[in-house]
Design a protein around this ligand. Structure first.
Ligand code: RIB
Length: 307
């Protein structure tokens, strides 16, 4: 079996508008704009490839003018795009307004992402992968089938629950080895307001590990046996968009390299710290060299030694 990661999720074209502060109903002057490849699927796949992990992206793209250059860029960054299918519609799009403190507000057009149905899945990905990343926010039947088939075939399954709608999604989430929500998603999924209680509720549903992304507060790990927290590293925040996806990619990298739980979480927190210092999404995630340099700066020698 191949040591690859199958990544299921969205491909978007992200257009960024950098402004001071968002005031609904008013006109704004943009300091800058920026266009990047986005979507949690594409971002996580690019993040993995930059960290030297082989991955194939299983996703849908449109046939509009921009789709070919998106595919070329994904391929250039090392992502296997042979499972990406093209549809006669527009490519998914996200418009991201980023305020001066890095906070973002997004507007989405699903476009071709809505075609990621179970019928379009080429199940040979199972022979080619050891691990599977999947986001919610794509058709839920696809998530269900992919998660169930992947578990039946002994794969490690990591779910990013962005796109969680209601309780009916919980059954699928419960099959995951790792679920990685942010605080808002965690509380929405569990109807709790305390992180520990909420994480324990998810664990009791059958999830092996719950990893809570907390932005400037770092991240916490919970399993039946243990729990611990890793603080965020101090950096100058420019744009937080996509930091969770850089986190996903680094966390899965730690898993593929069989790092300890603590080192895996530290690696993910470090990758998201680098990501928030840069504009954009997929282009903000670090390469392996950049991550090593950052770890050196913050004196994480033990982690460098095992990478
Ligand atoms: O996680 C960030 C991503 O969410 C962006 O790239 C955007 O496309 C949205 O899907």
């Amino acid at each position: 079996m191949d040591e690859r990661v199958a990544v299921f999720g969205k491909i978007n074209v992200d257009t960024f508008l950098y402004i001071d502060q968002l005031r609904i109903g008013e006109n704004h002057m943009c300091q800058q704009t920026f266009v990047d490849i986005g979507g949690k699927g594409a971002n996580t796949a690019v993040g993995l490839a930059k960290l030297g992990i082989d991955c194939h992206l299983i996703a849908c793209i449109g046939n509009d003018a921009i789709s070919q250059s998106v595919l070329k860029k994904l391929e250039k960054s090392g992502v296997d795009i042979s499972f990406v299918k093209s549809f006669n519609t527009q490519t998914g799009k996200t418009f991201v307004v980023v305020e001066s403190k890095g906070r973002n507000t997004m507007f989405h057009i699903l476009g071709a992402n809505s075609y990621l149905n179970p019928e379009m899945i080429d199940w040979t990905f199972l022979e080619k992968s050891k691990a599977v990343f999947i986001q919610l926010g794509i058709p839920i039947d696809t998530v269900r089938e992919v998660v169930l088939m992947s578990k039946r075939n002994g794969k490690y399954v990591y779910i990013d629950p962005a796109g969680f709608v209601d309780e009916s999604f919980l059954e699928i989430v419960s099959y995951a080895d790792t679920v990685a929500p942010n605080e808002v998603e965690l509380f929405k999924m569990t109807k709790e307001t305390d992180i520990e209680k909420a994480a324990k509720k998810l664990l009791s549903s059958g999830v092996e590990e719950v990893v809570v992304k907390m932005g400037s507060k770092g991240a916490s790990f919970f399993s039946e046996k243990t729990s611990f927290h890793v603080d965020a590293y101090e950096v100058d925040v420019v744009d937080t968009t996509g930091a969770g996806d850089a986190f996903n990619a680094a966390y899965i990298t730690g898993k593929m390299k069989k790092l300890s739980q603590r080192n895996t979480l530290k690696l993910a927190v470090a990758a998201s710290a680098i990501s928030v210092t840069r504009q954009g999404t997929s282009s903000a995630s670090p390469t392996k060299e950049e991550l090593l340099e950052f770890l050196k700066k913050i004196k994480e020698e033990d982690l460098i030694a095992v990478l």
